[in-house]
Write a protein that binds this ligand. Structure first.
Ligand code: HEC
Length: 219
């Protein structure tokens, strides 16, 4: 037997011994065991923690379609095929108006339309809000400045023009919302009325004053 062959045989022996000890089920070293254990336990604890402390935040929280499906379910119906057409039927003008209010108007007129004394007049129970939509549309389209009396309080401030930000439809929706919330009870405003106000005052760049709005200051 040459040295070469003997060496190879010894190597094979060592390898066999290793395999044998492995197959006898020798347990891994304690350090490695800890790592294995951590790999199993940490995800379980993380999962439990998230489940317990996620504060109800679920992955579909802001998924509008899901919200619509819930509304349909609440109304006792169901989406036959989940198509957009069926969801469209649920378009709720007051809710859409509320969204626009909360995005644009609420910053000044406040959460419940109560305004801010000395700075922003109220829309809730405001004598102005139930007046001619042609005047309200003009206020939103081109803004308003100077003295105004709302519910017996004087204001002398500035409301920025919003005609470039909001479409006729959006202005109609938000005005409808404002006219029907917080105890207000006036008729809905139509997009046509806003469109008419927009075209009639299309040449205008300045904000309105109360005096200038007099022609439309009707009930
Ligand atoms: C930047 C703040 C601001 C924003 C945003 C704003 N307003 Fe105003 N609004 C005012 C101020 C200030 C006045 C009073 C202006 C004055 O003193 O001449 C006013 C007046 C009004 C009035 C007439 C007075 C009243 O209280 O009834 C109406 C109606 C109105 N706003 C509706 C809206 C609507 C609807 C929106 C959202 C589309 C809106 N405003 C967004 C500040 C704002």
């Amino acid at each position: 037997m040459s040295d070469d062959i003997r060496n190879r045989a010894r190597k094979d022996l060592i390898t066999d011994a290793d395999l044998a000890s492995f197959s006898r089920g020798k347990s891994p070293s304690p350090a490695r065991f800890t790592v294995y254990l951590a790999m199993i336990i940490i995800p379980i604890i993380s999962g439990l923690y998230l489940g317990r402390y996620s504060g109800g935040f679920d992955s579909q929280q802001y998924w509008e379609k899901n919200e619509i499906a819930e509304q349909i379910a609440a109304l006792g119906g169901g989406l036959a095929d989940g198509s957009e057409e069926s969801a469209e039927v649920l378009f709720d003008p007051v809710k859409e108006g509320m969204k626009i209010y909360q995005t644009i108007c609420m910053a000044c007129h406040q959460v419940n339309g109560q305004g801010l004394p000395g700075a922003f007049p109220p829309l809730a129970q405001s004598s102005w809000v139930e007046k001619n939509p042609a005047m309200l549309a003009r206020i939103v389209l081109h803004g308003l400045y100077g003295p105004i009396t709302v519910n017996d309080s004087e204001y002398n401030s500035v409301m920025a023009p919003l005609g470039a930000v909001l479409s006729d439809e959006q202005i109609a929706l938000v005005l409808t919302y404002v006219r029907q919330e917080w105890g207000n009870a006036a008729a809905a405003v139509e997009a046509d009325e806003v469109a008419q106000a927009r075209s009639e005052s299309s040449g205008r760049a300045a904000m309105w004053t109360v005096e200038e709005l007099a022609p439309w200051d009707t009930d």
